[in-house]
Ligand binder design. Structure first.
Ligand code: RIB
Length: 332
């Protein structure tokens, strides 16, 4: 079995240089790195990951803690993380917190016990204690999608407020009069940011804000259904609804179908998060599209950077959304 020394001999470099190339360091001269990679391929050299982990007292695993494995938003985000991770020699372990803070804490504890090389987390609560534990243990961590109050580390978010503003502004421009909003839990930054964007867009059009047109739910399909039912049964019947995530949009549409209401004739709908089949359903669905793959990729790149240097300056990256106008919000 070829060793790192065989590779070093063949490439005419030191074993330390081989190690630096295999660890993805960019401080190696490209010509030397090329020789090392060629020698690795010619000799069929494979690193002994277990021995390497024992030496570093750290595994080559990343924990990716997401809040809902059934939500397609996370599928594409995880793919972005995985692509960056695997090209840098890391494997990703998927942990589903199911929007439960306790489950999330136990995954954080597992990541620390297994000495994982890093953690990416889309938090299910605004509790910072778990993430603080990781930071105290010098475990590289990146927060993605949802902001954690009091966390001064690497974060990747989208401009939720701007996305919601564009969605509501579009409904206003279509001539809808009573625009409602179904948003997520009060403790999640995404739910609050999207609600703020909706409110600011109405205020910009000098419309009064009416709490009777707002519902907080759980970012789940059933929650969207119930919130829509409650709007329809409440005093202020809306003629359009901005729903702040994909699964709740599905639930809201189911409710409208059960009540025999037509979209967009009776009620216009704009959802947040694109759904792969948004352009296939009838009417096609207007959505605010998040750059899900890019969120994952950017988060993973920040994690790599932090693994290289645990003391590097934290970065907060804000990505943009795009409003994709389709038929569900286009007034006949
Ligand atoms: O449940 C997923 C939703 O919550 C997405 O909209 C995502 O942005 C998250 O915050």
């Amino acid at each position: 079995v070829p060793t790192i020394y065989d590779v070093a001999r063949r490439a005419q470099v030191s074993a330390a240089t081989v190690s630096r190339v295999l660890n993805g360091s960019n401080s190696v001269d490209p010509a030397l790195a090329h020789r090392v990679n060629a020698a690795v391929a010619e000799l069929g050299y494979r690193r002994n990951e277990m021995a390497r982990n024992l030496r570093r007292r750290q595994s080559s695993l990343w924990a990716m803690i997401i809040s809902d494995v059934t939500n397609p938003f996370f599928t594409s985000m995880v793919r972005g993380v995985e692509d960056v991770a695997s090209s840098a020699g890391y494997s990703v372990v998927l942990c589903n917190s199911d929007e439960h803070a306790e489950k999330e804490s136990s995954y954080i504890a597992a990541a620390m016990a297994e000495q994982m090389a890093g953690v990416l987390i889309s938090p299910s609560s605004n509790r910072i204690d778990g993430v603080s534990l990781l930071m105290e243990a010098k475990c590289p961590v990146v927060v993605i999608d949802r902001e954690l109050q009091g966390f001064h580390g690497d974060t990747v978010l989208v401009d939720n407020e701007e996305g919601a503003h564009k969605a509501t502004e579009h409904l206003v421009a279509q001539g809808y009069e009573r625009i409602a909003c179904i948003t997520g839990p009060r403790w999640l930054s995404t739910a609050l940011g999207r609600l703020r964007g909706y409110q600011h867009a109405l205020a910009a059009d000098k419309r009064p804000l009416d709490d009777a047109l707002v519902r907080h739910s759980d970012f789940r399909e059933r929650g969207g259904y119930d919130a829509m039912a409650s709007l329809l049964d409440g005093g202020a019947l809306p003629d359009a609804v901005f729903v702040t995530n994909n699964l709740m949009t599905v639930g809201a549409l189911e409710c409208l179908a059960d009540r025999g209401l037509a979209v967009p004739r009776d009620i216009g709908i704009v959802g947040f998060d694109d759904i792969p089949w948004a352009h296939l359903v009838r009417p096609t669905l207007t959505t605010v599209v998040q750059p899900t793959y890019e969120i994952g990729m950017t988060g993973a790149q920040l994690l790599l950077r932090r693994i290289e240097d645990v003391n590097t300056e934290p970065r907060r990256i804000l990505l943009s959304t795009e409003l994709r106008c389709r038929d569900s919000s286009t007034r006949p």
